[in-house]
Ligand binder design. Structure first.
Ligand code: ARG
Length: 553
């Protein structure tokens, strides 16, 4: 609007509000400079209408705009660069005001409307150990929750674990055969995985076992006490395993697994039938969605419910009972179609109105091994989540021990006091986990990536190690300068720009709110990572010279 005013003052005959102003930031230049083709635009748009007097080109129009005197507290300088383009420099005062608003708000996000957001993430399957496929979901999920919470949204963190379904028939069957006294003599956590494998094997090659297992499924669904009891024990064992991981990653999540919807599945199916959208297909009940080849199957031909049924029930519960405004589902992109069907199904049922609720699949690519194939362990199985954490920690430990030794030999830094074994352990755990998390977060989420410990733990790359190191360096420079934190940038309790470096830092800081907004709009956490790296690098480049300047004045 500041530029519009300028145009109007320079050319009073121009029809008001008949043109748009377009601004581009000048890349790599964080000094509040913008470039605009306004002069060229209006010249071409209005040259036939005799509003420019004797000005005969876009360059002359641009010159006139640049030299027009305007009382303006946003724009400091307008300059002509080539071909009629203008650069615009913002006023220091304006930047200072913005910065003061931001900082006096305590970096609070200016939220227009509070939303209730359900984030469905992590969601492993009972009795199978959490593997690398759940790593992305868990890390991205926790992160997007924290960012949404920072924005001030109400976030419900949901663990939609696979704790119901046909696999429990064979599990219960096997458990009762092999551990008849399981109540007093519980199988160990480790045995659970083997239990699954052994049960699966028997199920596949032993017809009698298979039939009996199917009976157990029916019994479990009818809430037979013996089956329910065994089911509970199996779930509890898995839960302990997950919780260890959530604790180490500092992930907060609440379980609303598939079984949570068990009691409403029959009414959900009935509701769909009453709505007239259900078809019979070789004994199964399906819902066809326009434009999709594969239908939703809400009742299998044996009468059982499945993944589609629970997700339909979950969608209804979350939208109508929990009254949420936005629903995010985090799984790998392989489940894209499943969720598309669920979203369309919920629309057909009238539960989901896209004008009121957003349903989004926050899909992500695969984690690959060093050979660029699906990440598997040496034995060909999916790599276990917990092993990844342990290995990263182990490597981080070696890294810091090595550095510490070099320290002692005076090869690297001269500072660094001895760490106790506990401190080494603690530090390695923090670094290892941060390395994995950050490596995940900085990726474009749709792409696959190679799980590479060396890259994750590289102290010089765009890694958590580098970020933490930079942060510590900045804090230590600040401490050694003897000046207490950012109080020093304030004069009379107001931020005041006196140096070009300060303009740069201010520019980067002022992008913060926009960055957060686009991260939650586009669900692209990597943009926040980029922002942080740019900010830290800028600080490292300019901080020392700024501090020197302050010390001298
Ligand atoms: N348990 C599923 C899996 O491991 C993920 C569940 C995702 N959430 C959902 N509402 N379907 O693949």
């Amino acid at each position: 609007s500041s530029i519009k005013t300028r145009v109007q003052i320079a050319f009073p005959n121009l029809p008001q509000n008949s043109f748009e102003i377009q601004l581009e930031t000048i890349s790599n230049k964080l000094n509040f400079e913008y470039k605009t083709p306004t002069a060229i635009r209006i010249y071409n748009q209005f040259k036939k209408q005799n509003v420019f007097g004797d000005l005969k080109s876009e360059v002359e129009v641009a010159q006139k705009l640049a030299s027009t005197e305007v009382q303006d507290n946003i724009i400091q300088k307008v300059e002509l660069i080539d071909k009629g383009f203008l650069t615009i420099q913002l006023n220091d005062q304006f930047i200072e005001d913005q910065l003061n608003v931001l900082l006096n708000n305590g970096l609070k996000f200016p939220l227009k409307k509070k939303q209730k957001v359900v984030v469905d993430f992590s969601s492993p399957n009972i009795a199978k150990e959490m593997h690398v496929g759940h790593l992305r979901s868990t890390i991205l999920g926790e992160s997007i929750c924290r960012i949404l919470e920072f924005q001030g949204q109400e976030v419900v963190r949901v663990n939609h674990i696979g704790d119901w379904g046909t696999q429990f028939g064979m599990l219960i069957n096997h458990l009762l055969e092999e551990y008849p006294d399981y109540q007093t003599n519980k199988p160990a956590l480790k045995e659970l995985e083997d239990l699954y494998k052994a049960a699966k094997k028997k199920f596949d090659c032993n017809e009698e076992f298979k039939v009996k297992s199917q009976q157990y499924v029916v019994k479990l669904q009818a809430l037979d006490p013996v089956c329910v009891d065994a089911w509970k024990m199996i779930c509890e064992l898995s839960r302990q395993e997950y919780n260890k991981i959530y604790q180490r990653l500092n992930v907060k999540i609440t379980e609303f697994g598939e079984s949570y919807y068990n009691s409403i599945l029959p009414e959900i199916v009935k509701e769909c039938e009453d709505k007239g959208i259900v078809e019979l297909d070789q004994g199964a009940k399906i819902i066809r969605v326009k434009g999709e080849k594969v239908p939703l199957m809400i009742v299998k031909k044996d009468g059982g419910y499945n993944y589609d049924t629970t997700d339909m029930a979950a969608a209804k519960t979350r939208i109508l009972d929990w009254k949420c405004d936005r629903l995010l589902y985090l799984t790998d992109v392989g489940q894209y179609n499943h969720f598309k069907l669920i979203f369309e199904g919920a629309k057909l049922m009238g539960w989901h109105n896209p004008l009121e609720t957003q349903m989004e699949h926050m899909g992500f690519g695969l984690v690959l091994g060093p050979d660029s194939k699906r990440f598997r362990s040496r034995t060909g199985e999916a790599v276990k989540f917990i092993d990844l954490l342990d290995e990263a920690k182990e490597r981080a430990l070696r890294q810091i021990q090595q550095r510490f030794q070099q320290n002692q030999q005076g090869k690297e830094f001269t500072t660094g006091t001895a760490l106790s074994p506990e401190e080494f352990d603690f530090t390695a755990e923090r670094i290892g986990i941060a390395a994995i998390k950050y490596y995940e977060l900085k990726q474009n989420r749709i792409s696959d990536y190679i799980f590479d410990y060396d890259k994750m733990l590289d102290p010089k790359g765009n890694t958590a190690v580098y970020l933490m190191y930079s942060y510590v360096r900045i804090v230590s420079i600040l401490r050694k300068s003897g000046i207490k934190d950012f109080e020093l940038f304030k004069r009379n309790n107001k931020f005041k720009i006196t140096h070009q470096h300060e303009r740069h830092l201010a520019a980067q800081l002022l992008r913060f709110i926009d960055v957060i907004q686009s991260v939650t709009d586009q669900l692209a956490i990597n943009w926040l990572c980029d922002y942080i790296v740019e900010y830290l690098n800028l600080l490292l480049e300019q901080f020392c010279s700024l501090l020197l300047m302050y010390k001298n004045c």
